[in-house]
Design a protein around this ligand. Structure first.
Ligand SMILES: [Fe+2]
Length: 261
């Protein structure tokens, strides 16, 4: 498995605090069957600044250590870039990182709303050859209330990434429900752990794929996993499987009618 959103690098955000925490996370990932991890420390979120160079150096150090310890995990560079006013300038200046050197960038919105410049930024990034991946849209209050706001971003070229813990209910019922609704609406393209700490917030990626298999069918769990592989190879992310007529689709239509969306 491939995990495209993690806070495995030590001492630079609210994820792994020390190198031994990073190693513990890597061991836990390997035990679940994860082989490839993209490190996505917070960047420009008002609390943490982790420009490209710092992330690249730490990733190199961690990979060397994992190799020495014989832990079969490869870590790639990335950032969880908070949407900010100067984002496009910073992209131009080279302080932003895409995921594993691909043309996909992980973009974080505030949890309460969708800032005014979001659509414009997604579009402008697209013009520069970068696809925005919206990190955990299921935890954004505006998207929970109005899923069509995410649909608009997807229409502008963005993709959606749901967090394993959200699907499994760890962030409460509202977020869990929103996660499945967005998946079933075809607005989620990738699943990842957003792992921060081996005990407090680990991976649960395999569990999430298993749950997707149960709820939506094997076609969907394969689809999400293939998209992570495509991203790593810098290939196009596929269209969602046709699920019209499935039980999931019927449930989604009922929900839509209930919420009048
Ligand atoms: Fe994150």
């Amino acid at each position: 498995m491939i995990d495209i959103h993690t806070h495995i690098l030590p001492g630079i955000d609210d994820g792994a605090a020390r190198l031994e925490d990073s190693v513990a996370l890597a061991r836990a990932a390997a035990a679940e069957g994860i082989k490839t991890i993209i490190a996505t420390p917070h960047h420009y979120n008002g609390r943490y600044m982790n420009p490209a160079r710092a992330v690249e150096e730490l990733t190199r150090t961690l990979n060397e250590l994992l190799q020495k310890l014989d832990i079969p995990i490869v870590v790639h560079t990335g950032q969880e870039v908070r949407l900010h006013q100067e984002l496009l300038d910073h992209f131009q200046q080279g302080s932003l990182l895409s995921l594993a050197g691909s043309s996909y960038m992980l973009l974080e919105l505030p949890s309460s709303h969708i800032p005014k410049n979001t659509e414009q930024t997604v579009y402008e990034l697209g013009l520069r050859g970068i696809h925005a991946i919206i990190a955990h849209p299921e935890r954004n209050a505006a998207i929970i209330a109005h899923p069509e706001r995410l649909e608009e971003l997807v229409r502008l070229g963005a993709f959606g990434q749901v967090t394993s813990h959200s699907l499994l209910g760890a962030f409460g019922k509202t977020v869990e429900r929103a996660s499945w609704r967005l998946c079933e609406a075809g607005l989620i393209h990738l699943v990842s752990s957003d792992a921060h700490h081996v005990e407090r917030r680990g991976f649960r990626l395999k569990e999430a794929y298993n749950r997707i298999h149960e709820v939506m069918g094997g076609e969907w769990s394969d689809y999400f996993q293939q998209n992570a592989a495509s991203l790593l190879r810098n290939e196009a992310i596929a269209d969602a499987p046709d699920w019209q007529g499935s039980a999931a689709a019927k449930r989604w239509r009922a929900l839509k009618a209930f919420f009048k969306i």
